[in-house]
Design a protein around this ligand. Structure first.
Ligand code: HT7
Ligand code: ZN
Length: 886
């Protein structure tokens, strides 16, 4: 397969002013008639090659130009294109083609999900529906008619406003939709099904009433309320924070069970994975409620950042995704606990995106080449892209950033643009030169900051030196210095110290007396802080002000001071994690020496720091829960030169047990104080309370005491919400206590019996078993693969069983005998032909093979070679596997 390069971008030779689509959804196949009003792009010099349209997996019935049917000699057809060598300057092109949605398991284009038809066109799915200029810089006005059996498919939807509906022949009916906003084909959507809906209205800031509808299968009607509330909150927030008003009379969301990602922002007709829209306390965890709120907002926000202003080409993907993640993250922070949200996002970024940036698939936020664009819906595009926008917003400050986004939306409404255009709007309003900053878009890899300091007691001066480097990444051996904002303060024995930087006036946008933002632009800088009464402890990278790895030699006492005394919630949490990492690393040394870890003594400072947290009633419970949680095995692995899976797993577990033993009274007190009968509310305070209580349970369960196993079972049986129920099940499933066996089996059986008709709960049942650290887990996973609950082609089920086992169960996935790797290799080969996008995503754990000891490297490498040898490898899987093998 050939790589597509950014440098080869050319504007389209033809434009499509009007797109008229007619779908005849038959019992067997679907006939699509498309009539396109085309004209030459006046801004492009003709190449003389005629017009080439994209089209895949469509059976051609006929082609005509201005009503004249073409003969075979008038066009060329291959597996991916339809070419009209003699295309006129301006004409109407009608194509008729047959497609087969029933057998479309790739879930791109038009496909069946259970009883309904639905579409997924981003990035290049529209070409599986009809021949088209399937590229985001071709924007057209769409008219869509859908004809289908009335009984089976009473609901017929597409983008925009409904303009006509009525009966057709043979018990069928039709609906015609018109979308007045020009859009690229990737935002097209169609749904036909037997669906029910809830309805509400939203009055926009200019006083227009918008109808809001959420369509689901009848059994899910009671799970739509949270999504509707989230949607209305998002609509109001976007008006208040960005001045963005909704622009159609109706906004619809449809929930489907089979979906490759979370949701899709099709104009006026968002299509959602059920996992990202349905929620009720009995079936959905707190994290699930938060996900629904975040994804509903994200897709809604795309209406401006993505739809009204779209991407010129797919290299610009982060233009819409990074910005929209930034918008949804600030929305979620406003709706709940800002520190909790920030810590959650940074944990994910540092564990997963940093690993991506250090691996064979590393690419810039604006990539310059790809083989399969679906592989580039990555953490780098979304999460690092979000961090880049966040840095820009912080560098400009809230007022200028708002002015900048206003200008961006005004300048480019209705256009397909680039990340350069986004930054240009921010430069225009602020007068700042962001040339160097734009390296964040062009250079891959995670910059490393090395911080050293010197205290001059006599002068009362503190010298802070920060050096930046960035490791080589594929195709980029050398990096230029980044523009890096480092938010910071200095801590004395009694709290924050006043900041006075030699030779530098404070910046009123970002600084106060105790907080400043250092802007790094060179490979090394030294800042001198004057008039200090004592040697400070630096509080660095507050709020995680830049996506970098920062190294400073904090002592454990420094970390304790930051944990209790810093004004920045993120830095307090980060210090707690750093202290825990060091203590776990102590134990790893003992493990490597073959010492017995049961009853091991750990550094008392970690115990005391956590005791203080547990005893302090004035602290935010969300913060306590976060700071109490030990760093994940994956994050611990990221800190190592070579990932020693077993040492990490056993050492972390030993530290957890030691903390539980030392802090048993405090943890028990927190666990018992919780009101288990309290009515469920997904508010920030209640979520924090549940998360702290379940963190306490998790510690106490490491003690393997019969009372706790009983308490766990009781929590499961009495829970009025899924958060508490699944937390208890998770503890039982992981418990090594001999007494847990029977309870575990009973609870798992009861859970399945209770929830077997709720697919999203069954996903949680699969996931909790797939992530068990017990040694027989792979056997359990093999059994579950054969269980009627496991639907082998459904992405949610694949993620719950295969994805959870291979990404979130290091001790079992990396088994020394390679059985975990073989299991994943088999799944990838099975899915390669069924659903290439999902198959390619599953390869991720193998992309990290070079990070492990030799024996594991060899086993993973062998699996990659086995996959590569498959004769009919999809482009998707080929790209990830071949790049991993370099
Ligand atoms: N913009 C949407 C991307 C998406 C997608 C991409 C590839 C394959 C399937 C997909 N489904 C949705 C989602 C979003 O970021 O909002
Ligand atoms: Zn998005």
């Amino acid at each position: 397969p050939k790589a597509i390069q950014l440098k080869d971008y050319r504007p389209p030779e033809y434009l499509i002013d009007r797109t008229e689509l007619h779908f005849d959804l038959g019992a067997d196949k679907t006939r699509v008639t498309s009539t396109l009003t085309l004209r030459r792009n006046p801004d492009v010099t003709p190449t003389g090659k005629g017009l080439t349209l994209h089209g895949q997996e469509i059976e051609l019935v006929s082609v005509s130009i201005d009503g004249r049917t073409l003969s075979d000699n008038d066009y060329r057809l291959d597996d991916e294109t339809l070419t009209l060598p003699e295309a006129p300057e301006q004409f109407e092109l009608t194509t008729v083609g047959d497609i087969d949605p029933k057998n479309n398991t790739s879930l791109e284009g038009l496909y069946r999900s259970r009883t309904m038809y639905c579409t997924q066109c981003e990035a290049e799915g529209f070409r599986k529906i009809t021949w088209y200029l399937d590229r985001p810089d071709v924007m057209s006005e769409f008219f869509t008619t859908v004809v289908a059996d009335e009984k089976q498919f009473p609901v017929l939807l597409s983008n925009g406003n409904l303009i006509e509906q009525g009966s057709a022949d043979n018990g069928r009916h039709f609906a015609t939709w018109h979308d007045p906003h020009k859009k690229p084909a990737y935002l097209f959507a169609l749904v036909a099904g037997n669906l029910e809906h809830i309805e509400d209205t939203f009055t926009t800031m200019s006083g227009r009433d918008v109808t809001l509808k959420i369509f689901v299968e009848a059994k899910d009607l009671d799970k739509c309320g949270h999504a509707m509330t989230s949607l209305k909150n998002a609509m109001r927030w976007d008006e208040e924070q960005y001045g963005r008003e909704y622009d159609l009379d109706i906004f619809m969301i449809v929930a489907v069970d089979d979906f490759n990602m979370g949701a899709m922002e099709n104009k006026g007709l968002n299509i959602f994975n059920t996992a990202c829209v349905l929620a009720k306390p009995e079936t959905t965890t707190d994290a699930g409620f938060q996900r629904v709120e975040g994804v509903v907002a994200h897709e809604y926000f795309h209406n401006w950042s993505g739809n009204r202003v779209t991407c010129r080409d797919w290299f610009q993907l982060s233009l819409k995704e990074g910005f929209t993640v930034y918008r949804d993250a600030t929305f979620s922070a406003d709706m709940g606990s800002p520190t909790f949200k920030r810590v959650e996002d940074v944990s994910m970024l540092r564990t997963l995106q940093f690993a991506e940036d250090a691996g064979p698939m590393a690419h810039p936020v604006r990539p310059d080449s790809y083989i399969e664009i679906s592989n580039f819906y990555t953490l780098t595009i979304y999460e690092k892209g979000n961090e880049v926008v966040r840095m820009l917003a912080n560098l400009l400050g809230p007022e200028l950033f708002r002015k900048g986004t206003d200008l961006y939306f005004e300048r480019h409404d209705g256009q397909a643009v680039t990340t350069e255009d986004f930054v240009a709007a921010l430069e225009a309003v602020s007068g700042r030169d962001l040339t160097q900053f734009k390296r964040w878009y062009d250079q891959a890899g995670t910059p490393k900051l090395t911080v050293t300091d010197r205290w001059d007691e006599d002068a009362g001066e503190y010298h802070l030196t920060i050096a930046q480097t960035c490791p080589p990444t594929p195709g980029q051996p050398e990096k230029q210095p980044f523009h890096i904002p480092v938010a910071m303060g200095l801590l004395g024995s009694a709290g924050s110290l006043p900041l006075k930087i030699k030779g530098q006036a404070p910046n009123p946008e970002t600084d106060d007396n105790t907080h400043t933002v250092l802007e790094l632009t060179e490979a090394e800088h030294t800042f001198v802080f004057e008039q200090l009464p004592e040697k400070p402890v630096p509080s660095l990278l507050r709020g995680f002000s830049a996506p970098v790895k920062l190294y400073y030699g904090y002592s454990r006492d420094d970390l304790m001071r930051l944990m209790s005394g810093d004004s920045d919630g993120f830095c307090r949490w980060d210090a707690s994690q750093q202290l825990a990492i060091e203590v776990i690393e102590d134990v790893m040394v003992a493990y490597q020496k073959g010492e017995d870890l049961s009853g091991i003594t750990i550094d008392g400072r970690l115990i005391e720091a956590n005791r203080l947290l547990l005893q302090d009633d004035s602290l935010d419970k969300a913060m306590v829960a976060l700071m109490l949680s030990l760093p994940s095995e994956a994050y611990l692995g990221e800190q190592q030169d070579e990932i020693q899976v077993e040492a990490i797993h056993h050492s972390r577990a030993a530290v957890k047990r030691a903390l539980a033993e030392a802090l048993k009274p405090e943890l028990t007190q927190i666990y018992r104080a919780y009101d288990h009968g309290k009515p469920y509310r997904p508010t920030a305070d209640d979520i924090a309370e549940r998360s702290l209580k379940n963190a306490a349970l998790s510690y106490l369960m490491t003690l393997n005491e019969p009372e706790m196993i009983e308490a766990c079972e009781q929590q499961y049986r009495q829970a009025n919400n899924m958060t508490d129920a699944i937390a208890a099940v998770g503890e039982l499933v992981n418990s090594q206590a001999s007494g847990a066996e029977t309870v575990r089996e009973q609870v798992l059986a009861d859970f399945y019996q209770t929830w077997k008709d709720e697919p999203l709960v069954v996903d949680q049942w699969l996931r909790v078993q797939a992530t068990s650290s017990r040694s027989n887990t792979l056997d359990v996973v093999h059994e579950l693969e054969q269980h009627p609950a496991f639907e082998p082609n459904n992405p949610n089920k694949i993620r719950a069983l295969v994805g959870a086992f291979t990404n979130a169960n290091p001790i079992n996935f990396h088994r020394a005998d390679g059985a975990g790797y073989r299991f994943l290799g088999d799944q990838i080969l099975r899915l390669n032909s069924v659903n290439p996008q999902i198959a390619a995503r599953l390869v991720t754990p193998f992309t990290r093979w070079k990070r492990y000891p030799k024996a594991q490297q060899e086993l993973m490498h062998a699996e990659l070679e086995r996959i590569k040898a498959e004769p009919k490898l999809s482009k998707d899987v080929y790209e990830v596997v071949s790049k991993s093998l370099v």
